[in-house]
Ligand binder design. Structure first.
Ligand SMILES: [Zn+2]
Length: 102
């Protein structure tokens, strides 16, 4: 698979996920479809990132703003209050336990 094929593959995956999202939002009430859509997008995103890492061996560039799995030892957490990247149970800067995986 070269870069052009890879780009096409990504576009197809995004189209599929959009299709699933639209279909879900048509058949399910918003409060049910939204969490499902988020889960589906996360799964596809995770899957694509894994593929990309294998193809590009490090994956610099394309998704530079997203944190790479190689930037830390494993998963990074970001404080939901102040945005600090940390791996503690609570944020070392503001003490908030609300965090998101990045
Ligand atoms: Zn914080």
């Amino acid at each position: 698979m070269d870069n052009k094929q890879f780009l096409m593959y990504n576009i197809v995956m995004i189209a599929i996920s959009l299709g699933i999202s639209i279909t879900l939002s048509l058949f399910l009430p918003f409060y049910l479809s939204l969490p499902l859509i988020i889960v589906i997008f996360n799964l596809i995103n995770f899957y694509m990132r894994n593929r990309m890492m294998k193809k590009m061996g490090g994956g610099a560039g394309m998704f530079g703003s997203l944190s790479s799995p190689f930037s830390g030892n494993s998963i990074n957490y970001y404080c939901m209050s102040c945005g600090t990247k940390h791996k503690e149970a609570a944020c070392p800067r503001c003490g908030s336990k609300m965090k998101r995986v990045g």
